[in-house]
Design a protein around this ligand. Sequence first.
Ligand code: AGP
Length: 620
Amino acid sequence: MCGIVGYTGSAPACGILVEGLARLEYRGYDSAGIAIQQGGATEVVCRRGRVAELAGSLAPMELGGTCGIGHTRWATHGRPSEANAHPHTSCDGRICIVHNGIIENFAELRERLIAEGHAFASDTDSEVVAHLVEARLAQTPVAADDAGLRLVQAVADAVCELVGSYALAVMSDDAPGAIVATRKDSPLIAGLAPDGAYVASDAIAMLDATRDVQVLADGQIALLMPERITCYEAAGDGLAEVEAAAVHIDWDMDVAEKTGYPDFMLKEIHEQPRVIRDTLAGRLVGNSISIDELTLSAQELNLVDRVCIIACGTSYHAGLIAKNLIEGWARIPCEVEVASEFRYRNPIMTPTTLVVAVSQSGETADTLAAIRDARVKDARVFGITNVVGSPVARESDGVVYTKANKEIAVASTKSFLGQVVSLTLLALLLAQAKGELTSAHIRQLYSELADTAELVERILADTSAIDEAAQACKDAASALFIGRGMGAACAHEGALKLKEISYLHAESYPAGEMKHGPIALIEEGFPVIAIATASPTYDKVLSNLQESRARGALVVAIATEGDEEIRSHADHVIYIPPVRDALSPILASVPLQLFARAIALARGCDVDQPRNLAKSVTVE
Ligand code: AGP
């Protein structure tokens, strides 16, 4: 949550910061601001709203400075406003900071600083950092030859007082051309390019300049100067130079562009066949599934007697799908739990429990906390994430990447399919280790899994039935998504997609639960979206549809090509190609994504940046 960018170099910073913020806007878009060093002082410009508002205000200003920091905000403490927008400054205006995360002890720090004479200009937790650095800098001995290092020391001292999570970039008028950056539990990446040094909360903000980046670890402090980046860590009473982890980013630059699509969401939906192919590449060796990154031997895998999937939101729904596969194929008990519950429940873990943490961003605060808890309790943790070098990747015992490449739209689509495919591979691997499936069966399932890429292409080629169904439902006040088995998991994801981007209230239920309550919602024209694909429970779903229609529901059915019977039970039928039930979520999810998008557009919503949401949830 929140995006940070900083640049110091030979080029004018303003354009670089605004461009970087636009790329980071998926992280939050309540307000945006930049601070640029200009002729011995710092110019700060903040605006409520999107980065485009800020860019419009900056255009006539012609800021020529070559060192600056910027921020795009997702409000936690203090409502979205210009006063609460970052950068925040110290009393004398000579220190400027941008912050991502939450300072949990800000109230007591603020009280103390006010008592010491500091005046605050915002309601944010972040502003305390500017005042703390100001106070620490005043106490740090002046080393005339290195003002940058003095700022590093002051920031190091200041963050010792912080409780919570932070990624910070700090500038001081006393250290022209220097940016100090540090982090704890919130990502921060630095990169040196021919035109200068960059820092950002995501490499996407600096991809035009460099693909070789340094991923700062918790507690590391980077000093960025135009020609160098030096990294430090606290050592005894002072600081010692250290190396940050070097990572090469190999995404195609197209990830940051819409490449002709009207929005990122549609572009990313269309990338899904590629994601399936890339996620599967190299995973079948002979007749065996290979996931070396799991770092468990065949013998250790055979000892796994329980799988626990932890995740949030859409990633949790991918886990619900995987539960069916892991229990069905590998015959290992599997639980799926939202990470925010798991972390506070004191769950029972053993060394033979395999915890699977699923997270697109790899930085979701609850998922990370759950990983830490599971590891303390001796479980082995396997991460599935989309972001190379992310905290989930670093803190798990083994990690697999979903190969979705950068996902920009706030609503997850392609990363979800990448997760489902990765989890399907994991289920096959466990079944193989347990001897529950023969090699021939595994090869067959892998081949059908690989075929889904082409089947998704077929769904994407003709979306007319989806658009018609969306038109019929767009004015509803509420909708119900139902399914059984695999269909129930898909229903949960379909409902989440619809509510997050269209603001149309949606609920999801296993279809068998209808008579236990939700059916009371149904009245004339109430949309019921049913996953009614070929499955062992198909007839049961049909009965639920009859019951819904008898009460006036407008039924939209996702069904299997060739099923003519469904037409007499539904007002709108969206067909997907035939596939075995175990793999049906990979196909059924795609029309649900397009359905949600079509309704959101019909209701005039911004599908890429829905209100109140941010792509990465780095705070609790
Ligand atoms: C997805 O459409 C959502 N925006 C959200 O539920 C998301 O899946 C959730 O926040 C988890 O994020 P993660 O996968 O990055 O951990």
